[in-house]
Design a protein around this ligand. Structure first.
Ligand code: ADP
Ligand code: MG
Ligand code: ZN
Length: 643
């Protein structure tokens, strides 16, 4: 399996940050009845309640007999003693009697009620039969304590419930707020084997490592810097697309320098209960200062660091601003010799508040780009360190066929290959596993779907249209694979990737991409004279390309060489151009796409036999790889570009 570098678990639910490598702090002490004491208390209460309940029910055991029955027993001389209070009489028999009124069993003790109108001479009767009239109850009454407990029982239950809930909350995120458990400093996370992430776990971005080496060096020997009066940059901003290893790098810097690492995602600060974001930031920094030199890492800082003002202020806007201000204040407060370095990561450096990048704050921005071919190979090596590879595995070849993939994509690819090997009950991962995993990652998992023959035929023409146009145009990306096996939402897929990484594109290349993307629709048009819904994604792609060419890359004479459309659709500044310009942009986009569509249809008509041949091969095989596809179309494969 690849060696993932998981983010350490959150130390405590009530602190929004994680830390590693910080010295241990004593575990938090509980103030509440907890552990064994709580258990004993609960047992005691249950015992008392049970007793009370028992005595309560015992009392009800004395049968209430009719006054007639009582008079009869007195007359029979069978009553030994009685106790009376008002008209209520309790008593005891000398010999037990069967229960009257058809009740089951016998009784000796009893209760009865003397009617007010009874003018029998009870006292004379009792004296005649030597019945003792006692001064204390014959039937055991509930004690005062029991009475008290019974009346208190509901309250006791409430208290128990409260303690229970409070303890549950104490261990959940509300602890600090409920005022029950006091917040404690983060305790260090024990990493397995004490191994921390270092630069050895990061590959393919050597320039970035070079820039961060300064930071590592400073953290390792702060005295030398202090002696020369040199100040460290207050903060370093890592900017780059998702999955390029920014989070990984931050941890590697801390691991490399061997200093404590505190990390928090900016969104976690404001996710917390409203009003605590700023104080959490203060706490985080004060913890970091205590163990300096150390690193504070704020991930996804754009969620709180977006330019202020402008744009729609959503709820929680103030919270965001306060949290950001607190971070800025903390960074301003550094004297530079404290040795706390702040790293932050973002995929959107363009939307950040300029206040963040002022000198003394995040005054260094390091761009982290997706890796090139050699970088991809190195990253694959790292993520296959713990995977047994078969002799035929050629990671260089895998790296060649994965342009544009990021470190996270490659880590995922290695894992998918290993999973496939496990599924196939192999003891090693083979090149075929890698290729199949790549297909799955790039195209999505195959979906079993019974397609009507007619639709299958149309899909085959659609994909052949994409593929043929890709093959016919010089300089276009070679076609790697065509399939009419449904995958994900698509009914078929044509995959073209470049031989080497591309960093900029010519106008001809972009037009070729548009023509290729329209190829599916054009083929359906040319062959069946119908348009189906299967081209939705294609059109999206076409629109994006055309918009870029006209509005951003200056490829239209009429619009001219200016940026008419912001890169970010939700730019706080809105549109960059006047409505008239946008009209022209719209017009030009249409012109380009229409021209490309004409060209696509023309090419397909001209090469109709090739289109038919490719479609037949696809219907027969369902999936064609690169050589098979070019052979079926009767087109020579383009020579491999030098890398
Ligand atoms: P980001 O924070 O830029 O979105 P991450 O640091 O979270 O990306 O990367 C996710 C995972 O991808 C990492 O844990 C690592 O396994 C892998 N990865 C990304 N970039 C690299 C790289 N340059 N070298 C090695 N592994 C990488
Ligand atoms: Mg990240
Ligand atoms: Zn298509």
């Amino acid at each position: 399996m690849p060696s993932p570098t998981p983010v350490p678990p959150r130390d405590r639910a009530d602190t929004p940050w994680r830390s590693e490598g910080a010295p241990p702090t004593p575990p938090p002490r509980r103030k509440m009845p907890g552990g064994w004491r709580g258990l004993v208390l609960a047992a005691l209460i249950v015992f008392l309640l049970a007793n009370v309940a028992l005595s309560f029910f015992n009392q009800g055991d004395e049968p209430t007999v009719s006054y007639t029955e009582f008079s009869k027993q007195v007359a029979d001389g069978n009553v030994s003693k009685i106790y009376s209070k008002g008209d209520a009489i309790q008593g005891e028999l000398k010999n037990k009697q069967p229960l009257p009124d058809g009740g089951k069993g016998d009784y000796t003790k009893f209760v009865t009620q003397r009617p007010a109108f009874a003018d029998d001479d009870l006292w004379a009767n009792l004296s005649k039969h030597n019945v003792v009239v006692t001064a204390s109850p014959v039937v055991v009454q509930r004690s005062f304590l029991a009475n008290l407990l019974i009346s208190l029982a509901p309250m006791l239950l409430l208290v128990l419930l409260w303690v229970f809930i409070a303890r549950r909350m104490g261990s959940a995120a509300m602890g600090g707020v409920g005022g029950l458990g006091r917040k404690q400093p983060p305790k260090p996370v024990e990493l397995e084997g004490g191994k921390r992430t270092t630069f050895a776990d990061v590959a393919g971005i050597d320039e970035v490592k070079g820039e961060l080496n300064d930071v590592v060096d400073f953290l390792k020997n702060p005295e030398q810097y202090r002696a020369l009066g040199a100040r460290m940059p207050g903060g370093v901003l890592l900017a780059g697309p998702p999955g390029t290893g920014k989070t990984l790098l931050a941890r590697a810097v801390a691991g490399e320098a061997g200093v404590p690492f505190f990390s928090a995602s900016a969104s976690e600060f404001i996710e917390m209960i409203v009003g605590v974001g700023a104080s959490r930031v203060r706490e985080l920094f004060s913890e970091a200062r205590k163990v300096a030199p150390s690193i504070v890492f704020i991930d996804e800082i754009d969620t709180i660091g977006r330019a202020r003002g402008g744009g729609a202020a959503m709820g929680g806007h103030d919270e965001r601003e306060q949290t950001l201000n607190q971070i800025l204040t903390e960074m301003d407060g550094f004297s530079g010799s404290e040795g706390v370095v702040v790293l932050a990561a973002t995929n959107r450096p363009d939307v950040l508040d300029p206040a963040l990048t002022r000198p003394g704050r995040f005054d260094r921005t390091v761009s982290v780009a997706p890796p090139d071919r050699a970088g991809r190979e190195a990253i694959l090596r790292i993520h296959t360190r713990d995977i047994p590879l078969a002799a035929d595995v050629d990671l260089d070849q895998v790296a060649r066929t994965t342009p544009g993939m990021t470190g996270a994509d490659l880590a995922n690819l290695a894992n998918e290959a290993a999973l496939l090997a496990v599924k196939r009950r192999q003891s090693q991962v083979t090149q075929a596993d890698f290729m199949d995993a790549l297909e799955k990652v790039q195209l999505g998992a195959a979906r079993s779907l019974v397609m009507p023959e007619e639709e299958r035929r149309r899909t085959a023409y659609h994909e052949s249209g994409h593929a043929l146009l890709g093959m016919l145009q010089p300089g276009a990306d070679p076609v790697r694979k065509i399939t009419i096996v449904p995958r994900g939402r698509a009914l078929g897929v044509t995959l073209s990737t470049p031989d080497a990484d591309r960093y900029s594109y010519t106008e001809d290349y972009l037009r070729g991409r548009i023509i290729g993307a329209l190829g599916g629709m054009a083929a359906e048009h040319v062959v069946f004279e119908v348009i189906t819904t299967g081209a939705e994604n294609d059109l999206e792609q076409v629109t994006n390309l055309a918009r870029g060419m006209v509005g951003r890359w200056g490829m239209s004479e009429r619009v001219g060489r200016l940026t008419a459309i912001p890169a970010d659709a939700q730019s706080p500044y809105g549109l960059l151009a006047a409505p008239a310009t946008l009209d022209v942009v719209d017009h030009e986009m249409r012109r380009i796409v229409d021209e490309c569509y004409e060209e696509a249809c023309r090419l397909l008509r001209e090469h109709r036999p090739k289109l038919d041949a490719l479609t037949e091969a696809l219907l027969a095989n369902e999936t064609l790889d690169e050589p098979a596809a070019y052979e079926a179309a009767g087109i020579p494969r383009p020579p491999k570009e030098a890398k």
